[in-house]
Design a protein around this ligand. Structure first.
Ligand SMILES: *Cc1c(COP(=O)(O)O)cnc(C)c1O
Length: 364
C-alpha cells in the first residue's frame, strides 16, 4: 500500500493561499459582485490595451494548432524591451512556470535554497516539490536583509540557490544593488532575482545579467502589463542556463492566445506607461492617506501594519464593505498584523482609505 501514497517531501507543503476572490466575498456577505473591489492579488486594475484584445480575437480561430513557445517574434520583442539579446531570454507560463523549469534544471535532491522571508510563498513550494530544502532567513523590522547574512548561509556545502525578490512581495521594498553584487561575487550557486514588479520601481538590475554567469532575473506580464489571466513570464539569464531550460521545459506551456496577447502588449508601451503612471499616483495616495503605518513601496501594492488589530479581523471588516485585501498572516515570518493592499483605480483607493479610516477611528 505504501506505493499508493504521495511523496513524503510534499507532506510539509501548505497549499498556496491566493488572495480571496470576488465570488467568495459576494456569497459570504450577500453583496452584489459588481460592488466588490478586489485588491488582494496585485493585479492590474485596468483592462488590457485594445491592441491586446484585438490580437486575442483575431487569433482565436487558430487555436486548433499547438502554440510555438519559442516563437521568434515574442523573443524579439522581449529582447527589444529589455535590451538583452534573445540568447538571454527564456519565456514560460508565468514566473511560476519559469520557476518550476529552473528548479528542474538545478535542484538535486537535498540541496538547499536560501529564501529571505517574508516573501512570495511559491518559492518555498516549488523548492520542496523539486526535492530541495528551503533555508529561511528572517528580514529585520524594516524588512531589510543584508548580503553578509545571506552569504553566511550560502557558505554551506549544499547551498545551491538564493532567491531574492525585488521589489519584495509583500513588503514592497527593493534589495540594494550593492548587496546583490556582493552575493553574486561570493556565491558559487545560482542567484534568482524576481523582478515581477520592476515596472513600478525605479530599480532594475537586468544590466548585471551579462556580467555574471550565475544571475537569473525573472519578469512577468501579469502585473504592469496587465495580462495575468494569460500566464506569461520570462527569465533573463546566461545562455548556458537557457539551453538547459529548453531541454526540460514543458512543451507548449504557453497557450496560443497567450503568446499573441504577450506580443501585442509588449508592442504597446504607451499603454504600459500610462497605466504605471496612474498606479504610482494611487500608491502615493494610499501611502499618504491610510491611517495605519504603511511601508514605502516600489511595487503596485502597499503593506499596512494594522496593529493592535489583527489582519484577519481587518480583512473581514473590509470584506463586509465589499473590499477584498490580502491578509498576510499566511506569509511565513510576518505575523498576524499585516495586510497588503493592491493599488486600484482612483475610486477604489478612495473607498479603501475611507473604510480604513472608519476602522481606525473606532479604535481611538
Ligand atoms: C505575482 C508574482 C509572481 C507571479 O507571476 P506570474 O508571472 O503571474 O506567475 C511572481 N513573483 C512574485 C513576487 C509575484 O508577486
Amino acid at each position: 500500500m505504501h506505493i499508493r501514497k504521495i511523496r513524503k517531501a510534499l507532506e510539509g507543503i501548505k497549499e498556496y493561499v491566493p488572495g480571496k476572490n470576488i465570488e467568495e466575498a459576494a456569497s459570504r456577505y450577500g453583496i452584489d459582485e459588481r460592488d466588490i473591489i478586489k485588491l488582494s492579488s496585485n493585479e492590474n486594475p485596468y483592462p488590457p490595451s485594445r491592441r491586446v484584445i484585438e490580437a486575442i480575437k483575431s487569433s482565436a480561430g487558430k487555436i486548433n494548432f499547438y502554440p510555438d513557445p519559442n516563437t521568434k517574434k515574442l523573443y524579439e520583442v522581449i529582447s527589444g524591451y529589455t535590451g538583452l539579446p534573445e540568447e538571454n531570454v527564456f519565456v514560460g507560463a508565468g514566473v511560476d512556470g519559469v520557476l518550476d523549469t529552473l528548479m528542474r534544471v538545478f535542484i538535486e535532491a537535498g540541496e538547499e535554497v536560501i529564501i529571505p522571508i517574508p516573501t512570495f510563498s511559491y518559492y518555498e513550494i516549488t523548492s520542496i516539490v523539486h526535492g530541495a530544502i528551503p533555508l529561511f532567513l528572517k528580514m529585520d523590522d524594516n524588512f531589510s536583509i543584508f548580503s553578509d547574512e545571506i552569504l553566511k548561509k550560502a557558505d554551506r556545502e549544499k547551498a545551491k540557490m538564493t532567491i531574492i525578490c525585488s521589489p519584495n512581495n509583500p513588503t514592497g521594498n527593493i534589495f540594494p544593488k550593492k548587496e546583490l553584487i556582493k552575493i553574486l561575487d561570493a556565491f558559487d550557486g545560482i542567484v534568482l532575482l524576481d523582478e515581477a514588479y520592476a515596472e513600478f520601481s525605479n530599480y532594475t538590475y537586468i544590466d548585471l545579467v551579462d556580467q555574471y554567469d550565475n544571475l537569473i532575473v525573472l519578469r512577468t506580464l501579469s502585473k504592469a502589463f496587465g495580462i495575468a489571466g494569460m500566464r506569461v513570464g520570462y527569465a533573463l539569464l546566461p545562455e548556458w542556463i537557457k539551453k538547459a531550460c529548453l531541454k526540460v521545459a514543458t512543451p507548449f506551456s504557453i497557450g496560443y492566445l497567450s503568446i499573441e496577447a504577450a506580443y501585442a502588449s509588449l508592442n504597446d508601451l504607451e499603454y504600459l506607461r500610462c497605466v504605471v503612471d496612474k498606479i504610482k499616483k494611487g500608491r502615493r495616495y494610499l501611502e499618504d492617506n491610510i491611517p495605519f503605518k504603511t511601508f514605502p513601496s516600489e511595487a503596485n501594492f502597499v503593506l499596512v501594519d494594522v496593529s493592535p488589530l489583527e489582519s484577519s479581523f481587518v480583512m473581514e471588516e473590509l470584506m463586509k464593505k465589499g473590499l477584498i485585501v490580502r491578509d498576510c498572516s499566511s506569509f511565513r515570518g510576518i505575523g498576524k498584523n499585516f495586510i497588503r493592499i493592491s493599488v486600484g483605480r482612483e475610486e477604489d483607493n478612495r473607498r479603501v482609505v475611507d473604510a480604513l479610516k472608519e476602522i481606525f477611528e473606532e479604535l481611538h
